[in-house]
Ligand binder design. Structure first.
Ligand code: HEC
Ligand code: HEC
Length: 277
């Protein structure tokens, strides 16, 4: 075999080893290679994960399995998955069995339109819906340790799978509201999300480099906080940064914003639990 032929063969082996996305294209990792927007009117030419802008320490902790500081939180989620609760005396496992199978796409499609509510539902709200409707157990409060652990555990099952939000049809009015909120200037500094995460993207702000503000890594282990943080907690911090009043976790305005963010990050792989500075 000639050297050229051997190289070609190696190339084939290497490219088939790359993870394939749902529509058959090569899934970009968003760190060495950007995801490409498919939707018309998308504000970004290249879609990059926050991991690209994170420190080497954060990235290394994320990459080495067994070193992720969110592992304890995930272990709690795994315990809760098997624990019976509520009047039905059921666990998540009773109905959903193996999470690696039943939850493998759950982390890619929320928030989504939920007919009975006539509005969007987040992954955390979906989990609580199973608790109240199917287990007859109390819902876990927004921001509680149990809900964060379970959401992290469930979304982790979709790790490396590209985000594919549904923003048309009945979800569209909510999507539009999220988009408007993203581009509206607020707070004492009179700044919008887009000001920092589009206009000043890649620029330094204090010790940090401004990323595109993507949501694919949430819930995320935040090294500065020394804790796992949900996306809505991140919204609260970013609101406070510009002197705007933070909204309650799980509030409709935050859920709509979450859908817009997920559309804006279309094609990025789920990284949960990501590690950030
Ligand atoms: C008695 C059965 C039952 C139990 C117990 C149950 N679920 Fe569910 N779950 C369902 C059904 C049925 C659906 C399908 C959605 C629907 O129409 O309600 C579902 C849907 C889901 C989804 C959405 C999956 C997707 O791909 O969109 C998630 C996430 C989920 N459940 C998580 C949980 C978790 C976490 C627990 C434990 C706290 C749990 N469920 C307990 C029956 C159950
Ligand atoms: C004054 C600048 C500023 C504004 C305005 C701002 N943010 Fe941020 N945001 C930051 C900084 C700094 C970080 C941490 C570094 C990074 O990832 O950019 C951050 C991080 C994030 C992250 C986490 C990204 C990741 O990969 O972990 C998300 C999501 C986010 N912001 C969303 C928003 C949203 C939504 C708004 C509007 C409500 C907003 N930000 C407004 C400065 C800002």
């Amino acid at each position: 075999m000639t050297a050229v032929r051997a190289l070609l063969l190696l190339g084939v082996v290497a490219s088939t080893a790359i993870c394939l996305s749902v529509d058959g294209g090569i899934a970009a990792d968003g760190v060495t290679e950007p995801a490409t927007p498919r939707s018309r009117n998308h504000p970004l030419n290249e879609i990059w994960s926050g991991k690209r802008y994170a420190s080497e320490t954060a990235r290394a902790l994320h990459d080495v399995s067994g070193e992720n500081p969110a592992n304890g939180v995930m272990a709690d989620g795994s315990l809760l998955w098997r624990r019976t609760a509520g009047e039905e005396k059921k666990s998540c496992q009773s109905c959903h069995n193996k999470p690696s199978f039943s939850m493998r796409s759950a982390g890619t499609k929320y928030p989504r339109y939920y007919k009975p509510w006539k509005k969007l539902m987040t992954l955390g709200q979906r989990i609580n819906r199973c608790r109240t409707a199917y287990m007859r157990a109390k819902p876990w409060p927004e921001g509680s340790k149990s809900l964060i652990s379970m959401t992290t555990f469930v979304r982790h099952q979709s790790r490396k799978t590209p985000v594919r939000p549904q923003s048309d049809g009945r979800a569209n009015p909510f999507f539009k509201r999220g988009e408007l909120a993203y581009r509206t200037r607020i707070g004492q500094s009179n700044m919008s999300c887009a000001n920092c995460h589009e206009t000043y993207q890649n620029k330094r702000l204090g010790a940090q480099t401004l990323s595109q503000g993507q949501s694919n890594g949430f819930p995320t282990y935040n090294l500065g906080l020394g804790a796992v943080s949900t996306l809505h907690q991140q919204f609260q911090r970013c609101n406070a940064r510009v002197g705007a009043e933070p909204l309650p976790l799980g509030s409709e305005a935050y859920v709509n914003l979450e859908l817009y963010l997920s559309w804006r990050g279309q094609g990025l792989p789920v990284e949960t639990p990501a590690v950030r500075d």
